[in-house]
Structure formats: structure tokens, C-alpha cells
Write a protein that binds this ligand. Structure first.
Ligand SMILES: [Zn+2]
Ligand SMILES: [Zn+2]
Length: 132
């Protein structure tokens, strides 16, 4: 594990993750930060932060890359074992505080895995109840 250099760009990027508990897509991050840094820098920083286990990435149903910040428990093993939820109504993607048990796979080294739960988020469920 490398040591994260707290550069100004890193701080700016991480601040985006502090704003909400939702995950952020790479495309959205680039759009939000375009006035401060270019696309290459965003990707480079994300790679570095992922190496250092500050953020983790996963793919949604369209193959788009999303990034989430480690939750309260930033222990390497733990925070890579939670579920991701994609809302099919509003497109929001969240890191859930629900752990998944990944079995030991004989003679294989697991680097990453994708578990994406899809459905409707809390907000969309409330909205649909109101309109019924
Ligand atoms: Zn929703
Ligand atoms: Zn996550």
C-alpha cells in the first residue's frame, strides 16, 4: 500500500465524495471537476486512490464505472465486501452498509467482484406511493 500524497487535486476530488453517501460515476466526476482538472488527472487520481484503498470501483448494468468511498470501516477486506444498489428509476447508485460473504475459491486469488442489486431506491418508492 502506498502513501497518499495529500495534493490539492486529491483533496478537491475527495471533497466530491464527502458531499453525499452516493457513489459517483467516473463520467460525472469528470464533469463536476472539469474546471479544476482534466480527464486524465481525474483518472490518474482515481487509480491511485483505489490502489491505496481510499476509494473502490464497480460497474453498473451499462458497464459504466462508478466510484465509492470506503464507509466508516475502511478495513481493506471489509469495505470491498458490501452490496451496491442501482435504482432503475432515477439512476442513483449507492454503496450499501450490507456485507456480502464471498466464499474462498480454491486455487484462485480474488482481486475484486461485482454484486449489483437493482430496483427502486427509497426516494423513488416514496414518490410512487404519493402519486398512487
Ligand atoms: Zn431512485
Ligand atoms: Zn461501494
Amino acid at each position: 500500500m502506498g502513501i497518499i500524497r495529500k495534493t490539492k487535486s486529491t483533496a478537491v476530488l475527495l471533497a466530491e465524495f464527502e458531499k453525499s453517501s452516493d457513489a459517483i460515476s467516473a463520467t460525472d466526476l469528470i464533469r463536476r471537476l472539469h474546471s479544476k482538472m482534466n480527464k486524465t488527472t481525474v483518472y490518474r487520481l482515481l487509480d491511485k486512490l483505489e490502489d491505496d484503498d481510499v476509494v473502490h470501483s464497480f460497474l453498473d448494468s451499462r458497464g459504466q464505472k462508478w466510484y465509492g468511498k470506503g464507509k466508516k470501516c475502511s478495513h481493506k477486506e471489509n469495505f470491498k465486501r458490501h452490496l451496491h444498489f442501482e435504482c432503475l428509476s432515477c439512476g442513483k447508485v449507492e454503496c450499501l452498509d450490507l456485507d456480502v460473504d464471498i466464499p474462498e475459491i480454491p486455487r484462485r486469488e480474488v482481486k475484486t467482484f461485482q454484486i449489483l442489486v437493482q430496483g427502486r431506491c427509497e426516494t423513488c418508492l416514496i414518490e410512487s406511493e404519493v402519486t398512487v
